[in-house]
Write a protein that binds this ligand. Structure first.
Ligand code: ADP
Ligand code: MG
Length: 265
């Protein structure tokens, strides 16, 4: 049994279509029968073009939206069958990192308050001293100078804000991190720093991660295995280098062809 297993997972949305006189319901099969397994400490890269269902799949795994059918099993426990209150408790075990850290950080909260709030979710009774010590450690873990803990998000660059968002995700000691396009809004030079940080965290903390991107080149850099998603389905899965060098599916070949090539020096 793998650490995280998705069995025939489906998430459908209904949308009203047609017109006023002949309305009809249209079903959007955002996630359409996904079966995947992830080992503990693995980084799975999930890649596909915009609209193929990557974010919906991640939110379904996190139990933020209910699955239409199928199951999510973490460490032998089916999450799809938990009650709402059980899910609320489990939610600390899964943390997300998003594309836009500025939107996901509260602009009125200092880094200290943001991280303290995240720490208290798991450890509500931390003393001031313990909180302070843990925040210093978290900031060091993500490569931020603890001296800036009293600053606000707008005082940081995009890359630093993403480091803050990563520190916040780590604070409740999650078992699984889903990073949804975490470097897509960053300059290329900053992208590799954040990718290296995530790799380092996996090595140091043994994190299990689903790393989502529309860019196969980025996913190849960080992932152990790659799942290629197309119209709600996984059309190709395999070890990262083998998917990159020997893609089987036409869609993967097209994704590969769309990676910008550096001009020859
Ligand atoms: N809450 C929702 N209600 C209706 N349709 C949605 C909702 N969320 C996503 N979709 C649709 O599901 C499909 C997959 O979207 P999404 O998971 O955001 O793709 P991706 O993250 O790969 O860009 C799209 O067609 C999108 O319009
Ligand atoms: Mg998305």
């Amino acid at each position: 049994m793998s650490y995280l297993e998705l069995h025939q997972l489906e998430t459908h949305f209904t949308k009203m279509a047609g017109n006023l006189f002949s309305p009809r319901k249209e079903i959007i099969r955002a996630v359409d029968g996904v079966t995947l397994s992830i080992e503990k400490g693995e980084i799975l890269g999930l890649v596909g073009e915009s609209g193929c269902g990557k974010s919906t799949l991640s939110r379904t795994v996190m139990q933020l939206i209910p699955a239409t059918s199928g199951s999510v099993v973490l460490n032998g426990e089916s999450l799809t069958h938990l009650s709402t209150s059980q899910i609320r408790k489990r939610r600390l075990d899964f943390q997300m990192i998003f594309q836009d850290p500025y939107a996901s950080l509260n602009p009125r909260m200092t880094i200290f308050s943001t991280l303290a709030e995240a720490l208290y979710q798991r450890h509500p009774n931390l003393s001031n001293k313990e909180t302070y010590d843990r925040i210093i450690k978290l900031m060091e873990t993500v490569g931020l100078d603890p001296a800036v803990m009293k600053k606000y998000p707008h005082e940081f660059s995009g890359g630093q804000r993403q480091r803050i968002a990563i520190a916040r995700a780590l604070a409740p000691e999650p078992k699984l991190i889903i990073a949804d396009e975490p470097v897509s809004a960053l300059d290329v030079s900053i992208q590799s720093q954040i990718l290296n940080l995530l790799k380092q965290l996996r090595a140091d903390l043994g994190l299990t991660m689903i790393f989502i991107s529309h860019d196969l080149g980025v996913v190849r850099y960080i992932a152990d295995n790659i799942a290629v998603m197309y119209q709600g389905k996984i059309v190709e899965y395999g070890e990262a280098e083998s998917v990159f060098h020997h893609p089987q599916h036409d869609y993967t070949k097209r994704l590969l062809a769309s990676i910008p090539k550096l001009p020859a020096a």
